[in-house]
Structures are given as C-alpha cells and as structure tokens.
Ligand binder design. Structure first.
Ligand SMILES: Cc1cc2nc3c(=O)[nH]c(=O)nc-3n(C[C@H](O)[C@H](O)[C@H](O)COP(=O)(O)OP(=O)(O)OC[C@H]3O[C@@H](n4cnc5c(N)ncnc54)[C@H](O)[C@@H]3O)c2cc1C
Length: 376
C-alpha cells in the first residue's frame, strides 16, 4: 500500500479532506492536476462570501459546523482567512428566499439583526433599497480568502505527513474489494491505496462512470467595480451581501484589496458536458445585466466593470452535492457537485469525508446527499 487514502483533486474539498485525514493520523496521497491554489476551477477570484443564515436551509448545519474549523485553520496557519465583517441578505420580506433565511436563523439559533429599509440605508448607505425591503445581518458572516485557504490546508496536510503530487492528473481509478489503484501522471504510474475520495469538482464526471446525465460544469462570472470613494467600501463598512431586488439577483464582497468591489449577478449559466471545454471568454451581453443592477442598486460604484473573470463549479441536476460511498464499491467516496454553494461548508465536508474513509459515523445528516440517489 502506498497510503491509506488517496484524495483526487486538491481544490476546495480536497485540501480540506487531506487536512482532516492528516490531522487524524491517516496516511494520505493527494493529487492535483494543476498547481496548489490555481485559478482555473471553482475557488478562484480572491473572495468567497461566508454567511450561515442561508436561503438553502439544509446547508446551514454544514456551514455552522465549518465556522470554527476555518478559525482552527487560521490558528494552525498563523494567518487570517475569514474576516469578521458579518453578512447581509437583502430582499422582499414576503419572498420564499427571505422566509428561508429566517427559518435558518431560528432553527440554528444564529446571532442576527433585522433592519427595515430606513435603518439599513442609514447603516449601509452604499445600497439603494427598494421601499419595504428588509436586510438581515448575520453576525458570524465574513469574507473568505479561498486561494490562501486551499494553500494553508494543503500545507498543513503536508506538515502532518501527506504526500502531495501537484501537476499530476489522475487518469483512472480502479477499485476492487481490497482497495483502489490510482493511475496518475504522464507516465501513468500506479499507486495502491485503501480508499479514494474523489474531490475533482467540475471534472468529477470525467473520472466517475455514469455521471454525465446528472452532472455538468457550469460557468459563474465574477465582475469587479471601482467605487467613487473606496473608504465607503471597506470590509467594516460594506459587509458581503446577497440581494434579490426587483427581479435582480446580485451578490458581492467589499474592496478587500482596498481598490475593487466585487458585484456578480446570478445569471443563467453556460453549461459544459466536460470541464475541459470551459470557455474563459466573456461576451459583452454577459455583463450588461450586472451593469444595470449596479446602476440601480449600488449607485456609488462606477457601473462599467473594470475586471471580469469566469470560473466554474460542478453542478448536479438537483442542486445538492454528492457525498458518500458509491453503491458499486465502498472504497470509492464521492465529495463533489457543490453547485455554486460549497466553499463555506468545505471544512465540515472534508471532516465528513475523512470520517467515512476511516469507517466512522458522522454526526451530520447526509442521507439526502448520497450518490445512490443518482444510481451511482
Ligand atoms: C464564481 C464562483 C463564486 C462562488 N461563490 C461562492 C461563495 O460566495 N460562497 C460559497 O460558499 N461558495 C461559492 N462558490 C462555490 C464554491 O466555490 C464551490 O462550490 C467549491 O469551490 C467547489 O469545490 P470543489 O472542491 O468541488 O471544486 P474545486 O475547488 O474546483 O476543486 C477540484 C480540484 O480537482 C482538481 N482535479 C480535477 N480533476 C482532477 C484529476 N483528474 N486529477 C487531479 N486533479 C484533478 C482540479 O484541478 C481542482 O483543483 C462559488 C463558485 C464560483 C465558481
């Protein structure tokens, strides 16, 4: 045996899984097709919003469980990875989305404040609110630094003994009753391990058979804007936000570099059968919507984006991730398909995958996330 567990893909989920396994004293072989911290996949772009009060109530326990784990990683790495600025969700109080946010707060007892439109515009004058809109402030929210987090988790795993192979693509996974053979790299070298955890994000359907019908890589575009006065858009004054206002759905993060504010629009996403076909070009039509939204809703930003970058995530047809062993072979564990929502829950998900690989029970309810629901 070359190791107890192989982790295929050291991006968001893979870095956390390798860290969690190594912390438990499990020997790990990690493979990443690009460099650690690369920008071609689901975690690029410099920031991810963290909020616990989620309109997808079922993801709240995983995000809540992740909060302290991000703080643990900060301690171990000796750097700040998640800011303390809170998070705003803004919208029509009668909408299902805002009702779900309130449900998430009540069911999981989250520290929060609810502001009416006048109070919210007094505290956050950067937002132009529509009459009657409500703003929910989630105290434990903040902005995650995704590339630093992936690098910190992989470095911790390495320090604890994990063997990391970057620029090494896994070409095939062959599982049997006694373990798993991994074939990786240009020289197609074989490695033998007890179990494999597939954390290949948008590329998962390239490695796992029979996934194509329920899985796709989808593009999410990020856009950055210049503020009239940068001091109005610091982390302290302008927390990360998500807004559904007058049919426009935008989200964003403050000027963490002291210069550019990110505002992205939730659009219909370009879909790719294979992540290898991902197109990094963005057309003018793709950014006209966010330009209008910025003009209307955050008027102190110059509405023409100064930076535009597309990334992709692995999406399932039901929008929920795939977490657990395959029905064909218990030694193959899938942790993929996070459908645009995964970064905030990644430490808890890494811990769950580590427990499954070690044959331990997890305290989280993951039945609804099983690969078996898709016949995998
Ligand atoms: C633009 C954008 C904005 C987002 N905003 C938020 C947000 O604000 N908050 C939030 O919580 N979530 C957000 N998400 C979602 C979150 O970032 C993703 O769900 C999460 O990063 C997915 O992690 P992953 O590990 O599945 O994929 P990845 O992080 O992409 O990791 C997969 C890794 O596997 C590697 N790999 C693939 N195939 C192989 C192979 N054969 N051999 C070796 N390596 C391989 C890849 O190179 C990659 O490094 C956003 C996503 C996008 C795209």
């Amino acid at each position: 045996m070359d190791a107890d567990v192989a982790v295929v893909g050291l991006g968001t989920m893979g870095s956390m899984t390798a860290w969690q396994l190594s912390r438990q004293g499990v020997s790990v072989l990690g493979f990443e097709q690009f460099g650690i911290g690369h920008d071609r996949s689901a975690y690029g772009g410099g920031s991810r919003r963290f909020r616990i009060a989620s309109p997808l109530v079922e993801e709240t326990p995983f995000i809540k469980g992740s909060y302290h784990m991000f703080r643990d990683l900060e301690q171990e790495a000796g750097q700040q990875l998640l800011s303390y600025s809170g998070a705003l969700t803004i919208g029509d109080p009668d909408s299902q989305r805002m009702k779900n946010v309130m449900r998430s707060i009540q069911e999981y007892d989250l520290r929060h404040e609810i502001l009416d439109d006048h109070e919210a515009m007094r505290r956050y004058p950067q937002h132009r609110l529509l009459p009657g809109e409500v703003t929910v402030w989630d105290e434990m929210g903040g902005v995650l630094r995704p590339e630093q987090i992936v690098i910190a988790a992989v470095n911790r795993a390495r320090k604890l003994g994990a063997q990391v192979h970057s620029y090494t693509e896994v070409k095939d996974i062959q599982a049997d009753e006694t373990g798993v053979t991994i074939i990786a790299g240009e020289d197609e070298k074989e490695y033998r391990v007890g179990k494999v955890i597939v954390t290949a994000g948008p590329w998962a359907n390239k490695l796992v058979p029979n996934m194509n019908k329920i899985y796709s890589a989808q593009r999410i575009i990020m856009t950055w804007f210049i503020p009239e006065s940068p001091e109005q858009f610091t982390e302290e004054k302008f927390p990360n936000f998500s807004r559904l206002s007058g049919g426009r759905h935008i989200q964003g993060t403050p000027a963490i570099d002291g210069r550019l504010v990110r505002v992205s629009e939730s659009l219909e996403r370009a879909k790719y059968d294979s992540a290898d076909h991902f197109d990094k070009n963005v057309s003018v039509e793709d950014i006209l919507g966010v330009r209008e939204a910025v003009k209307e809703l955050i008027p102190n930003l110059n509405p023409d984006p100064v930076s535009i970058a597309p990334f992709m995530d692995g999406f399932t047809t039901d929008g929920l991730p795939i977490v657990g062993s395959t029905s064909k072979n218990e030694n193959v564990i899938l942790l993929c398909g996070f459908s645009g929502q995964g970064f905030s829950q990644s430490p808890a998900m890494g811990e769950i995958a580590a427990h499954l690989a070690m044959g331990n029970k997890t305290g989280y309810d993951i039945k609804h996330l099983s690969p078996k629901r898709f016949g995998l």
